[in-house]
Ligand binder design. Structure first.
Ligand SMILES: [Zn+2]
Length: 626
């Protein structure tokens, strides 16, 4: 039997872990938590802790812990499904029983079949229905031929609330499954309705050609409606792991041993139609590590195509960093101002496009040219910043020889002294090294027995770690929307020096994006035992860093002061970052006799001091947006 994801969420949200665990273990209240004697190991002093507000349990003696389902699975030695059923029974929630297919493959086939049904429905509408006239005009205007429309399965979702719904009913589709795939949804009254309405539909294929999701684009600009609507994550679709167009382009990518990365569906389709067939699209966001891994099965050479406008540039820069880390050879194609791939290929054709590809520069030259255009190399203070930025990217290249060659090219091309770049590079490299070593040490630590789990001090301080990182992670596991929003707005995940904290922050950020960021959701997603124990300890322990935090949590609801505590922690974090940079600059100055460098760094330090003062002033003003 299969229980839908939504149902599982519903059951877990309705359950009270204290109630369930309390049925088997004698619990008593201590502080904000409940404690009892651990049912999983022998102990004299109780160290088994259950948190009502976080809906998780953890034993500090043996390390056993998780959410309500995990407890029942462990305690009664039953399967996940059985645990869910038991909690549901207890709560009086009904689970609709579905036919049980023999294996998982069959189960997934049901989803693929529904998507194929939907794809056909949409494409037939595009071809035949009267209301699709506007959509056909749009595609014609964009120069997309019929043949291309067919090969990419482009379709149209009609206006109205129940066209696909009715079609699905006629075809005896299990509506819960269609909802899981995001084709339909339910309103407050529990009635189903079409999710994709009045949109051009782009099916998203897996690398071997199965329809795993859909992207829908509105026809006319409307500020009240999102331009793109995409299928949610499902059992057959993970956004992080899919690359749009790969099914169509993988052969050509293999053949040419290089891929061109663009942003949107239309960019990809236009290029493909014009004969540029080694192209993939990240679909609007920056690349993920998983997408890069997928691509690396076909090539390690990539040409990143920036839109000439700057909207996607930040995402593109982040993509480039990730590609470099995975040892990709990265080049940048910079189209003339005002052009995107789609408009360019339609105006100038394939030959001109190929010329642009041949003119592609390496990522550093591109970045340097950008800075030059902005005039950053004329002002000493700006120049320091620019070089630091360049060097940060350069330090990501693993190959030393390549790195040095790149460094020489840059210094020559822009008349920057090699020494200057070199000293910055060494600082950046030693920082990277510290990070890598810290991570390696921690990975080397293996849990010998469950009993040592709680002894592990994962929070051991590596060099340069910001002392506020731990508290930030703690706040990230608070499950409080406002606190998470504030932290993600003000702290870059990359700025965590401790790799484990960074990993945890990323995990919360992903959950945040999916709207699932309660501690009970999150702890289930941590795959390392060490990290899981660490988080449990951090969120449940009584000896917390901030006394204030505990006193507040004790009231059971978030108070103004708790948010202020988050603001305070972010502020301390930022101040520390600034002070570290000042120290680093002082170190560079004492190591170097370069006068110009001294002047630049002194100027930078003055700016940093100003920022620091401004942050310190924030405290007295106490202006919090509540
Ligand atoms: Zn225990």
């Amino acid at each position: 039997m299969r229980i839908s994801e939504n149902k599982i969420d519903e059951i877990r949200n309705a359950a009270d872990i204290v109630d369930v665990v309390g049925g088997y273990v004698q619990l008593r209240k201590r502080g904000k938590n409940f404690i009892g004697s651990c049912p999983f190991h022998q102990e004299k002093t109780p160290s088994f802790t259950v948190s009502e507000d976080k809906q998780i349990y953890h034993c500090f003696g043996c390390g056993n812990g998780g959410n309500v389902f995990k407890f029942l699975m462990e305690f009664k030695n039953i399967s996940f499904v059985e645990a869910v059923e038991e909690v549901a029974d207890h709560l009086g929630i009904k689970i609709e029983r579905e036919e049980s297919p023999n294996d998982q493959q069959n189960e997934l086939e049901v989803f693929y079949d529904i998507n194929v049904l939907a794809a056909r429905f949409f494409s037939e509408h595009l071809a035949k229905s009267n209301e699709a006239e506007e959509a056909r005009e749009y595609l014609k205007h964009r120069g997309i031929k019929h043949q291309t429309q067919r090969s990419f399965g482009i379709g149209f979702a009609p206006f109205g609330w129940n066209h696909f719904l009715d079609h699905a009913k006629q075809n005896k589709v299990d509506l819960a499954n269609a909802k899981h795939l995001g084709l339909i949804d339910t309103n407050e009254r529990g009635e189903y309705y079409d999710k994709f309405r009045a949109r051009i539909i782009f099916p998203i294929f897996s690398p071997n050609g199965r329809v795993i999701a859909f992207g829908g684009r509105i026809l006319e600009k409307n500020d009240n409606i999102a331009k793109y609507l995409n299928s949610p994550e499902s059992q057959i679709y993970s956004k992080r792991k899919s690359l749009y167009g790969l099914f169509h382009s993988k052969d050509e990518i293999r053949k040419l041993d290089r891929a061109i990365l663009v942003e949107g569906y239309m960019d990809l389709i236009s290029l493909f139609q014009a004969g540029v067939k080694n192209v993939v699209a990240s679909s609007g966001t920056s690349l993920t590590d998983e997408q890069i891994q997928l691509l690396s099965r076909f090539t390690k050479n990539i040409f990143v195509l920036f839109d000439a406008d700057s909207a996607g540039q930040k995402a593109s820069l982040r993509s480039i960093e990730l590609l470099l880390k995975q040892d990709f050879e990265v080049k940048v194609i910079a189209l003339p101002k005002g052009e995107d791939p789609d408009s360019f290929i339609n105006k100038f054709g394939k030959e001109r496009f190929d010329e642009e590809v041949n003119r592609a520069v390496n990522f550093l030259e591109y970045q340097t040219a950008q800075f030059e255009e902005l005039g950053l190399f004329e002002d000493p203070a700006e120049m320091t910043k620019a070089i630091r930025e360049l060097v940060r990217t350069l330090a990501l290249v693993n190959d030393e020889l390549k790195r040095n060659l790149l460094m020489k090219t840059i210094s020559k091309k822009f008349g920057l002294r090699e020494k200057l770049i070199e000293s910055e590079l060494n600082t950046a490299l030693s920082q990277n090294k510290t990070r890598v070593e810290t991570q390696a040490t921690k990975q080397a630590v293996r849990i010998e027995s469950a009993a040592t789990a709680s002894q592990l001090n994962l929070a051991a301080k590596p060099v340069n770690e910001n002392p506020n990182e731990k508290e930030l992670v703690r706040l990230l596991f608070s499950g409080e929307e406002k606190i998470l929003g504030y932290i993600f707005d003000n702290v870059a995940i990359e700025s965590f020096a401790n790799m484990n904290y960074m990993k945890l922050a990323e995990l919360v950020h992903d959950g945040w994006n999916d709207g699932k960021y309660s501690p009970a959701d999150l702890v289930e997603k941590i795959d390392s035992v060490e990290l899981k124990n660490f988080v449990m300890k951090l969120t449940l322990t009584d000896e917390s860093i901030s006394k204030k935090w505990d006193d507040l949590s004790f009231t059971g609801k978030i108070e103004k002061d708790t948010f202020e505590h988050a603001v305070e922690t972010v502020r301390s974090f930022q101040i520390f970052q600034i002070e570290e940079e000042i120290k680093r600059n002082n170190q560079i100055m004492s190591d170097s006799k370069d006068e110009r460098l001294h002047i630049e760094l002194l100027q930078r330090n003055r700016e940093l001091q100003d920022d620091r003062k401004a942050l310190l002033g924030l405290k007295s003003k106490n202006e919090f947006d509540w």
